[in-house]
Design a protein around this ligand. Sequence first.
Ligand SMILES: Nc1ncnc2c1ncn2[C@@H]1O[C@H](COP(=O)(O)OP(=O)(O)OP(=O)(O)O)[C@@H](O)[C@H]1O
Ligand SMILES: [Mg+2]
Length: 222
Amino acid sequence: MSPRAVFVAGAGTEIGKTYVTAALTRRLRSAGPVLALKPLASGVAPVEDPAFADSDTARLLAAQGLPVTAATVAACSPWRFAAPLAPDQAAALEGRRLTLDEIVGWCRERIASAACPVVIEGVGGLMSPITDEATNLDWIEALRIPVTLVSGSYLGAISHALTAAEVLRLRGLDLRAVVISETEGAPTPPQVVAAAVARHTPVPVLCVGRGEQGPGALAAVV
Ligand SMILES: Nc1ncnc2c1ncn2[C@@H]1O[C@H](COP(=O)(O)OP(=O)(O)OP(=O)(O)O)[C@@H](O)[C@H]1O
Ligand SMILES: [Mg+2]
């Protein structure tokens, strides 16, 4: 059987990708092991710094029930950068340069060697750059794995979600679900936003309220 994997993409940055990836990871863990990865991470404090606890990597390790050690951190997020910028810019500040081939190669290897579902969190929004030449969209296209798109419930989120979903469709990618993660202070309940998105896209649209663990249907995306 081919390995199961899903890419968690965002309609934008700071939109709930990590929250939803962690919720999905916890859901999947109730049925067995799961591997959650955040291959590229910017704005990450050193592992020994207390601020590391706020990183996406720390949150995904916690969702997997793993401790924070040099080894678990490197296995989850091999490319970590200090500056809170797009990874290509953050890498340049450290005199480093990322290539799509090495990122895709690492992900493929992890998926091929995993005996469990693999969940990969992207960076920023769907077309945020990850290297000098490539965006998240190019990364997904090279990996050719199913996608779950996370959006918020803020005013304007419907168009952002539908635009990203349409771009995925135009590239022939396998969008499995859209997840609306409730934005703090949003003027509209997330269910209303989800229903509006659902009227314009053929895939399931799920909703995760503030502080909620998300519906059981989340686990069906991988
Ligand atoms: N449904 C939710 N309930 C409670 N808090 C949430 C929810 N969704 C997002 N958040 C919070 O909003 C903030 C941004 O969410 P998150 O870190 O998941 O975004 P992201 O898309 O992963 O951001 P980045 O682009 O930096 O990776 C975090 O503090 C997160 O805990
Ligand atoms: Mg994140």
